[in-house]
Design a protein around this ligand. Structure first.
Ligand SMILES: C[S@@+](CC[C@H](N)C(=O)[O-])C[C@H]1O[C@@H](n2cnc3c(N)ncnc32)[C@H](O)[C@@H]1O
Length: 341
């Protein structure tokens, strides 16, 4: 089942929503959903995963931070016969939605949906001109705020770390110069300037603004912080035997998931001079030996699937540990104090 065929959702114009769920059979197998189980879908989106999980007979508690996704999902809630509840929430606090006995499964499909990219006014894409926004929840600091108000050093760090943009310094300094008299307002405005200061080379496959846009989106939505917190939250919310399934599209996200699971399954090497590091009870056991990628057929049919990686694990009975963000080894980019400084 795919979202465009199965979910029955409609877009703003009343047409069918076209978001093809990635790695769907693999997600369903890893979740082991079946009647009587309660699965939390933390990234409802177009309801593709949720529809397929409901079809197994399991109940679904779904979350999305995007008010448009929640509005579009109401038809599915209505037709679910009470088997689906849908909440506008960030998945970092998913444990607040767990039933008393815990959840049987949690799935997160990280990133943006096709609907968000396709809506020009959300400002995620420079293929369509729109306001420089990029806020999934339509509230808080926008991409324009970051571009027009962040210190140049912070822009360099954001573009360099979150976008892996090699020309982050050149682009950030050009932004700093331009915004004094002429702040950035639209997506094409920013993309056009990047095209001039960091033009595409013959070997480049992507537009010169792609990495900066990706970095801004991840920063504006604190996507790495959200994921890290969601993993700790999932550890508290799953019952023993419950499954955690994460589909990610960015190497930094996959690194966070991998680090968490190796820490929690007792595989993190630690120091051989610190034997105590090995004596913590594992809170997760890996499901499958390594990350699952899309088949060639799926990647061919759905370009979004090309960079997808699925990791899955099963909760043990050991008590959840205290959240410790140092296991991820991430620079602190989440603070917005720098804006306007
Ligand atoms: C890739 S789409 C999910 C598509 C969905 N699996 C499907 O099959 O239709 C990701 C969705 O997650 C939502 N999202 C991203 N980060 C979130 C967060 N931290 N908390 C809640 N929702 C989030 C986005 O708003 C978007 O709707």
């Amino acid at each position: 089942m795919t979202a465009n065929l199965g979910s029955g959702l409609t877009d703003a114009e009343g047409g069918p929503v076209r978001h093809i769920p990635v790695l769907l059979p693999e997600v369903l197998a890893a979740l082991a959903a079946q009647p009587g189980k309660v699965i939390l879908d933390g990234t409802f989106g177009a309801g593709g995963y949720t529809s397929a999980i409901l079809a197994t007979g399991a109940d679904v508690v779904a979350l999305d931070r995007d008010p448009n996704a929640i509005a579009a999902g109401q038809a599915l809630v209505a037709s679910s016969g009470g088997h689906l509840t849908l909440h506008k929430s960030q998945f970092s606090s998913l444990d607040a939605y767990a039933p008393a006995g815990g959840l049987d499964g949690i799935v997160l499909d990280i990133g943006v949906s096709s609907m968000q990219i396709d809506e020009a006014e959300r400002g995620f894409s420079f293929q369509r001109n729109g306001p420089l926004d990029m806020r999934m929840s339509s509230s808080g600091v926008s991409a324009a705020d970051v571009v027009n108000r962040c210190k140049v050093g912070d822009l360099i760090r954001i573009f360099g770390f979150l976008g892996e943009e090699k020309q982050s310094g050149r682009i950030a300094r050009a932004i700093e110069k331009r915004r004094v008299d002429n702040p950035f307002v639209t997506t094409r405005d920013l993309a056009g300037m990047i095209e001039i200061v960091a033009p595409r080379k013959a070997k480049d496959k992507i537009h010169p603004a792609t990495r900066v846009f990706q970095a801004l989106r991840i920063f504006v939505n604190d996507e790495l912080g959200e994921l890290a917190q969601a993993l700790f939250s999932a550890e508290r919310a799953l019952k023993p035997g419950g499954r955690l399934v994460i589909v990610s599209f960015h190497s930094l996200e996959d690194r966070i998931v991998k680090k968490f699971l190796s820490d929690r399954s007792g595989k993190a090497s630690g120091s051989r001079f610190l034997p105590m590091a090995h004596e913590r009870a594992a809170t997760f056991d890996a499901v499958g030996k390594q990350a699952v990628a899309a088949t060639e057929e799926e990647a061919e049919a759905n370009p979004r699937a090309r960079s997808a990686k699925l990791r899955a694990a099963q909760r043990t009975a050991a008590p959840a540990e205290k959240p410790d963000f140092s296991i991820f080894d991430l620079p602190d980019l989440a603070s917005l104090d720098r804006i306007g400084g």
